[in-house]
Design a protein around this ligand. Sequence first.
Ligand code: ADE
Length: 240
Amino acid sequence: MKITVLTLFPEMYDGFLNSSIIKRIIDKGLAEIKVVNIRDYSFDKHRHVDDTPYGGGAGMLMKVDVVHAALLDNISNDYTYAILTSPKARPLKQEDLERLSKLDEFVIICGHYEGIDYRIEKYVDEKVSIGDYVLTGGELPSMVIIDGILRLLDEGISSESLKEESYTDGLLEYPQYTRPVEYNGDKVPEVLQNGNHKEIRRYNLKMALKETMLNRPDLLDKRELSEEERQLISEIINEI
Ligand code: ADE
């Protein structure tokens, strides 16, 4: 997979691309990430990339001609998928990351200042928000998108933990523990110590349901519950 990021702040990606799992995935050749400075596409000698908005209003807008030139120079053909980070979009979900992880190549345009001239929207395939709040720019959102996609490509992660995610699909993750077996009086649940896979699976599903009921009940409303899940939920309600 090749991902190109168009940004005014390329230096923000240094730590991100050179750390931990992301670095490993890139080093393994599973993904190539190219970071491009939009300022290199400015047309004037002062390298301006922004201007005041027509009709007045606070702040500056990124210029459509500069951003479009950067985009055109970084797509290999008309079919290269183009994503624009923007708070004015539907918030990103895990299923979006799964869909995007199947693309061979895409470009992410990071907005900055008060945004980009509206006419840029004609040249993008999708706008992505990472949540209902406003950040100073699209750099952190682009890293969120890249991180969420690259972990799906990672061979180390894909096998076991992705399988786990699919059986508790649409639920929050169940609580997990590591040594010591007791900390400040809190013990690791017995069932997780005894190694009975069937019981562990059932217990973890029950705890995932409980976490979801307590923290994101809205997710349960959308889910078609299996008979086993219904039973586990009544157990949880009886225990509360
Ligand atoms: N740019 C500023 N805020 C943003 C958000 N929440 N998501 C995506 N891009 C943004």
